[in-house]
Design a protein around this ligand. Structure first.
Ligand code: ATP
Ligand code: MG
Length: 332
């Protein structure tokens, strides 16, 4: 089950330019979807929160979107960032009208393991079965509750590159998948895809698909970085690969937003400032650097160990605040 905690009034203030009393007044008039303690509102359901937010002119989360995380360097926070962002989005979007699809594009299947408790069984349909026309879209979409669907992975995903070996297949395969998802679940769907720390035909296919999506679909590539040179180098290779695909197929460069962001920066550590400066002065990275930084939070490893996202417990921490900020940034 995909769980997220209720949203607090102070959190809603991040999304709207209204005072706390003004927001409280709106919710005090409601009978359902609100948790009280001594006449004080302590939590608001995501459906009520999203109904409220939708009334604001600044509301952006109704848009369909595809968000892909990638870096050639392992262990930089690719999986944590797609999972955390999807949970941040579930809390401010309606679970009745806005489906979320999580795709595990990594044969290590850590995303599947974290969210579903275990990797896909050999007899379960996964992404490669769809790509090889052995399974339909409905057969690979696993309903994990709260209007969230999961496309699972296991080691068999390592054969995806063999299944996608022709340039025409690369250009078409993931475009077909995303289009099928929007057709099946509706135009409000938001897709989050995790990726392996390698260049692959699946990555090329996914990137090509993003550039071929209709203009109303918000397309983002998130590149988590850390303070080490290896993570920066991995980010640069990813950006290079994307730019080569854009050149090869003459895609419109503005269609996809590329964001490099620090995914676990500890501001108390003296090297953090140097890492930031180095990223800001790097000829390539500086053009894609996102102003939002995810701070180091010991809650992320803990929540992952318990097969939950950081928004499931209801306790706020550095990372929950920062991921809400990042969500707003990528939806702008
Ligand atoms: N903001 C953060 N604060 C503290 N720890 C974090 C943070 N973000 C991620 N982590 C931890 O960093 C580790 C690596 O994260 P994650 O698994 O998301 O990286 P990845 O890029 O997906 O790795 P891989 O390349 O193996 O797929 C995990 O243990 C995760 O809990
Ligand atoms: Mg991962």
């Amino acid at each position: 089950m995909f769980k997220v905690s209720e949203i607090k009034i102070t959190e809603l203030q991040r999304y709207v330019k209204l005072s706390k009393p003004a927001i409280s007044k709106y919710f005090k008039a409601l009978d359902t979807g609100i948790t009280h303690s001594n006449n004080r509102i302590t939590g608001i359901s995501s459906n009520e929160a999203s109904l409220f937010l939708r009334k604001q002119s600044s509301y952006k989360f109704h848009k369909p979107s595809i968000t892909l995380s990638a870096n050639l360097c392992g262990g930089v926070g690719k999986t944590s960032s797609v999972y955390s962002l999807s949970a941040a989005l579930r809390r401010v979007s309606s679970s009745t009208t806005d489906p979320i699809v999580l795709i595990d594009g990594d044969s290590q299947a850590s995303f599947t393991h974290i969210v579903c408790g275990q990797r896909a069984d050999d007899n379960e349909y996964i992404l490669i079965d769809y790509i090889e026309n052995k399974a339909s879209i409905n057969q690979i979409l696993n309903d994990i509750g709260n209007n969230v669907y999961f496309i699972k992975s296991n080691l068999n995903s390592a054969f995806l590159d063999k299944a996608l070996n022709k340039p025409s297949d690369i250009k078409r395969a993931m475009k077909n998948l995303y289009s099928d998802i929007f057709q099946t679940l509706g135009r409000n769907t938001k897709i989050f895809q995790d990726h392996t720390p390698q260049l692959s035909n699946l990555f090329a296919s996914s990137i090509s698909a993003l550039y071929q999506m209709d203009d109303d679909i918000l397309c983002n590539v998130l590149i988590p970085i850390r303070s080490d040179e290896f993570a920066i180098q991995g980010a640069k290779y990813i950006i290079n690969e994307i730019n080569e695909l854009v050149d090869t197929y003459s895609f419109d460069t503005n269609k996809v937003k590329i964001n490099c962001f620090f995914s676990a920066l500890d501001r108390r550590v003296s090297t953090s400032g140097e890492a930031l400066k180095a990223a800001m002065s790097d000829e390539v990275i500086k053009n894609y650097l996102c102003p939002v930084i995810i701070r180091y939070s010991s809650e992320i490893p803990k929540s992952i160990m318990s097969c939950q996202n950081i928004f499931a417990s209801g306790k706020s921490n550095n990372a929950t605040d920062d991921y809400q900020e990042l969500l707003q940034y990528i939806y702008n």
